[in-house]
Design a protein around this ligand. Structure first.
Ligand code: DX5
Ligand code: ZN
Length: 217
């Protein structure tokens, strides 16, 4: 199974973002967590930083928008150089229109679900998306413990994707590590975000390789 490993720069040194981006050679995408202190109780970075980062690395940027009003902001992240933009289902006013706008601008359109948000109401929207993100922690902070109770949701989502014959990446984000990645892969995820498991390691590129090996088993 083809898998993608996307290190989250939330766990990197923000004063050395360009170096930190280059430290994960072999990663498929660089996961960039955008937080506005409203949708989640934390504040990170915005469009200007994404613009600079996209010039500083060849690794494509996977922007995860944990913000209110993504309908207004998401297109600006595509213009800033993101190759993939994820908005939250709970925050988007018009998810179909937004996904179409992101795709029309040339990026991968992705929608995220918080742990308490079920997949079923969104079943008919799946063809509009290139990726679905199932949060495996409450969004807001790196380094939290993986929520095992999300495994059935990952499994159900994989079944829906397969039943409809869709080409859709299934991403998991939060607490993904060498201890949890196999369970996520077994449940049907194929894109893995890892913050502390990569940047908390002495050798981030080696951590990416070993997570990939575990996920492919
Ligand atoms: C959390 C962010 C995650 C975070 C994951 O809200 O969306 O991307 O960086 O960090 P770890 O892998 O440490 O749980
Ligand atoms: Zn994230």
């Amino acid at each position: 199974m083809a898998v993608q490993i996307n290190p989250s720069i939330l766990s990197a040194d923000f004063a050395r973002l360009a170096d930190e981006a280059r430290a994960v050679k072999g990663a498929d995408w660089l996961h960039v967590d955008v937080m506005d202190n409203h949708f989640v109780p934390n504040l990170t970075l915005g469009v200007p930083v994404v613009e600079s980062l996209s010039r500083a690395t060849d690794t494509p940027l996977d922007c995860h928008l944990m913000i209110e009003d993504p309908d207004r902001w998401a297109p600006q992240y595509v213009e800033a150089g993101a190759g993939s933009v994820t908005f939250h289902a709970e925050a988007a006013a018009a998810p179909v229109r937004l996904a179409r706008e992101i795709r029309a601008k040339g990026a991968r359109a992705s929608m995220a679900l918080r742990p308490a948000t079920p997949i079923e109401p969104y079943e008919d929207l799946l063809p509009e998306l290139d990726m679905l993100l199932i949060m495996t922690v409450e969004p807001g902070f790196g380094g939290q413990a993986f929520l095992d109770i999300m495994l059935p949701k990952i499994r159900r989502t994989r079944e829906l994707i397969d039943r409809h014959g869709l080409q859709l990446w299934l991403q998991v984000d939060g607490g993904v590590s060498e201890r949890t990645i196999e369970r996520c892969a077994e449940a049907g995820a194929d894109v893995f975000v890892a913050g502390s498991a990569v940047y908390g390691s002495q050798d981030p590129a080696a951590a990416v390789r070993s997570l990939r090996a575990q996920a492919e088993r």
